[in-house]
Design a protein around this ligand. Structure first.
Ligand code: UDX
Length: 436
């Protein structure tokens, strides 16, 4: 099939390359000329395992190209809109500027019979509003809403083999045709047994935000238990293992620590709350505001633990920060707990020396005044305290005995509860986790 993808950020690039990998003819479009030049040369603009390979093979086969010229959509009959919906400055609501601009420019170039497919995460009600706009200027064009659920670090696999496909379509023949076209786009995925849920627009939009709200709630729930564990001497990691054995609960997403960050969960739960308030239903999901607060409290708690380890004052102390990305296998530092912790410690007078296998460059753009070094060993050398904030395998695998030999003070705060406290204590370390 001939496909266009508008917006070549995280979601758009992975989607475009994955669609080409599935055998479609794809053009990726973005207003950012620098980004497009890089992508068209086969160079990803961010770190994502597996992406460089499929980008290179799709470009080499001639199935994928990138352009800044939106009129290229006329080469395609299915158009995915994958632009960002960041948090609006000074408000919790999603900023719809990019979605609205993408639709306006796209609508000017579509042909009768084309299908537009929204992938961006949007406030519920957006698809219905955009469908009206399409009906007014391009009446023979249908809109579908097909949310994505990709996790950074597994984005390619999540796009080609997602847990489920959700198609939000209008009622009647146009909706049935849209679902058939999407089945054809995802033929290989559907043939592999991926469940397909066909729904109305509002349901499709809500599936996405409620899935993220549930995941954020699960993480904040266990972090709330960590707070109670801290007050009682209980161990939240054992508690998570024990409740996780109940199939109704499940162990995944019950890792207590410094909490969630990234370009999705934090802004999506805030935008969901803002939208619910607009709908007069703020009360229904008021608990999400509490989840946000629990999450942010954990960052403050890590700073407090570092300070406690250093006798209550971090001034002039050298703190080795292991991790900058919001999670391992990513170079993304958007709303990263690590950056937040580093900035707070710096504000309190500590000299933070940070490292990350992938995220130093992106962190430098956000926090230029921090000290960055390219290896854990350099960060650890002469450190008065160590804080692990992103559980990259190489940090988790650090040997407590070898590490003890290079630091100035054996104090470690395990912001992800991913180290073995007994092994670190046995090597003479003062160990502090969250809720254990
Ligand atoms: C998330 C959703 O998982 C994905 O379905 C959606 O499409 C986009 O948002 P992502 O942001 O890539 O994906 O990261 P995810 O793996 O969900 O982790 C989010 C954050 O939660 C990370 O900061 C991670 O460290 C944290 N986390 C995750 C925990 O603190 N504890 C856990 O048990 C799990």
């Amino acid at each position: 099939m001939r496909i266009s993808v508008i917006g070549c950020g995280y979601l758009g690039v992975v989607h475009a390359a994955a669609m080409a990998e599935l055998g479609h003819q794809v053009v990726g479009i973005d207003v950012d000329a620098v980004k497009i030049a890089r992508l068209d040369a086969g160079l990803p603009t961010f770190f994502e395992p597996g992406l460089p390979e499929i980008l290179a093979s799709s470009i080499a086969s001639g199935r994928l190209r990138f352009t800044t010229d939106v009129s290229a959509v006329s080469e395609a009959e299915v158009h995915f809109v994958a632009v960002g919906t960041p948090q609006t400055a000074g408000s919790d609501a999603a900023d719809m500027t990019f979605v609205d601009a993408a639709f306006s420019s796209l609508i000017a170039h579509v042909k009768p019979g084309d299908l537009i497919v929204g992938k961006s995460t949007v406030p519920v009600g957006t698809a219905a509003r955009l469908a009206e706009q399409i009906a007014a200027s391009a009446p023979d064009v249908t809109l579908a809403w097909n949310p994505e659920f990709l996790r950074e670090g597994f984005a390619v696999q999540d796009t080609i083999r997602p847990d489920r496909l959700v198609y939000g379509v209008p009622d009647g023949a146009a909706g049935e045709r849209a679902a058939r076209i999407l089945d054809e786009v995802y033929a290989a995925t559907v043939a592999a047994g991926t469940p397909v849920i066909v729904a109305d627009y509002a349901t499709a939009e809500l599936v996405k935000v409620s899935a993220n709200a549930f995941l954020a709630t699960k993480i904040s729930f266990i972090n709330a238990m960590a707070e109670i564990a801290e007050a009682t001497g209980a161990d939240v990691t054992k508690l998570a293992d024990a409740i996780g054995h109940d199939n109704r609960i499940g162990r995944r997403f019950l890792n207590a620590g410094v909490g969630f960050g990234g370009g999705c969960l934090p802004k999506d739960i805030r935008a969901f709350s803002a939208r619910a308030r607009e709908l007069g239903k703020g009360e229904a999901i008021a608990f999400l505001d509490e989840m946000d607060k629990i999450n942010l409290r954990r960052r403050a708690r890590v700073v407090e633990l570092v300070s406690d380890a250093l006798g209550g004052d971090v001034t002039g102390k050298r703190v080795a920060m292991l991790g900058l990305a919001f999670k391992p296998h990513s170079d993304d530092v958007r709303d990263s707990p690590a950056i937040d912790v580093a900035l707070r410690l710096t504000e309190e007078g500590a000299h933070v020396v940070a490292t990350d296998p992938q995220a130093i460059e992106s962190a430098r753009l956000r926090a230029p005044h921090l000290t960055y070094v390219s290896s854990a060993e350099e960060a650890l050398r002469d450190a008065d305290a160590v804080v692990l904030v992103t559980e990259w395998p190489e940090f988790v695998a650090l040997d407590p005995v070898d590490t003890a030999a290079i630091v100035a003070g054996r104090r470690i705060v395990d912001g992800r509860n991913s180290l073995d406290p007994a092994a670190w204590r046995a090597a003479g370390w003062q160990y502090a986790g969250l809720g254990r």
